[in-house]
Design a protein around this ligand. Structure first.
Ligand SMILES: Nc1nc2c(ncn2[C@@H]2O[C@H](COP(=O)(O)OP(=O)(O)OP(=O)(O)O)[C@@H](O)[C@H]2O)c(=O)[nH]1
Ligand SMILES: [Mg+2]
Ligand SMILES: [Zn+2]
Length: 299
């Protein structure tokens, strides 16, 4: 039997606290909802960004999520749905972790999401954006130099974010919330960098979808670690590197994983400075990790 949900209003989940969610309907009105148990039985948890059908509450009573509509994309870290453009925020303090960045980019590629990198805090390091840009040029990933403090580069960031459901992600303390405050005139809570460990303190705890001035963007909780993907076959990692595409079929071995095989066209391109040595080096680290995971599985 197929359930029909005709007649239920439709909304987007913009925030969730405990088991309560806020859905914004098509006229811009917000509704407090809870999630029916049937979703938990099916192993589905609502995510910020989800499109839902719901039965509205009455007065003080909350309403119910009746159906979660099919997702265009789904991230587990941060846990958000339907994002089509990921904005990775980097900064000099805390020090940018490009391995973490490449993990995020690979996951975004698997979902068909676009990626933009915003290098924030140019007041602390003016040359950093250019250094990072060089590493992502061949991949076609835009790298913007921004400064939330001096309010620089914000127009370019706005342009890069327009027209997509965006999600700010990256290390805690990189300045995701501060950037959104500067860009959209908001009052999101921002935190300090711990002097001892030069790390952010996880100020933002919950994802929140903000719609303002034509932008649709999620602020999310930052993190500093991301595990290797357990489901990814080692052979598939290279498919997530757009800059490797033109070298496919040009290596000596047809099954070349662009690791240390002789006659590897990707390695040659990196040595010749056509591809970024640093990014290809990090690809090899990620490949090694995924191989480890697979080996452990079949041993
Ligand atoms: N110098 C400088 N500091 C900045 C800039 N942007 C943000 N900060 C500072 O960086 C610190 C962390 O900023 P947040 O916006 O809270 O960082 P976040 O990425 O949202 O962190 P989480 O919510 O923990 O993930 C705050 O002390 C900000 O004032 C900037 O452009 N320059
Ligand atoms: Mg924050
Ligand atoms: Zn190769």
């Amino acid at each position: 039997m197929t359930e029909t949900n005709e007649g239920f209003p439709r909304g987007t989940l913009i925030r969730g606290i405990g088991s309560f969610y806020t859905a914004r309907d098509e006229s811009g009105e917000d509704h407090t909802l809870r999630c029916k148990k049937k979703f938990r039985h099916r192993g589905m948890t609502p995510m910020i960004g989800d499109e839902v059908l719901f039965s509205p509450g009455t007065g003080e009573e909350h309403g119910w999520i009746e159906e979660i509509l099919p997702r265009k994309t789904e991230c587990l870290r941060p846990p958000v749905a339907n994002v089509t453009r990921l904005v990775i925020v980097l900064s000099p303090v805390p020090e940018a972790d490009l391995l973490l960045t490449d993990r995020l980019i690979a996951r975004a590629a698997a979902q068909g999401m676009d990626v933009v990198i915003a290098v924030n805090k140019s007041d602390l390091d003016d040359g950093m954006a250019e250094t990072i840009r060089a590493q992502y040029r061949a991949a076609g990933i835009p790298v913007l130099k921004v400064c939330a403090r001096k309010k620089e580069g914000l127009e370019e960031l706005r342009e890069a974010m327009a027209g997509s459901l965006c999600c700010m992600t990256g290390q805690s303390g990189a300045g995701k919330s501060t950037l959104l405050n500067a860009l959209m005139g908001l009052d999101l809570e921002t935190g300090d960098i711990s002097r001892k460990i030069s790390r952010g303190k996880n100020t933002t705890r919950q994802a929140e979808l903000i719609e303002k001035d034509g932008l649709r963007v999620m602020d999310t909780a930052g993190f500093n670690l991301l595990e290797a993907e357990r489901q990814l076959e080692p052979e598939k990692l290279k498919e997530r590197y757009p800059e490797f595409r033109e070298y496919e079929g040009k290596c000596r071995f047809r099954e070349c994983l662009h690791d240390r095989e002789p006659g590897c066209a990707v390695r040659e391109a990196a040595e010749a400075g056509i591809l970024s040595k640093e990014r290809v080096g990090r690809y090899r680290i990620l490949l090694g990790e995924i191989r480890e995971v697979w080996r452990a599985r079949y041993d």
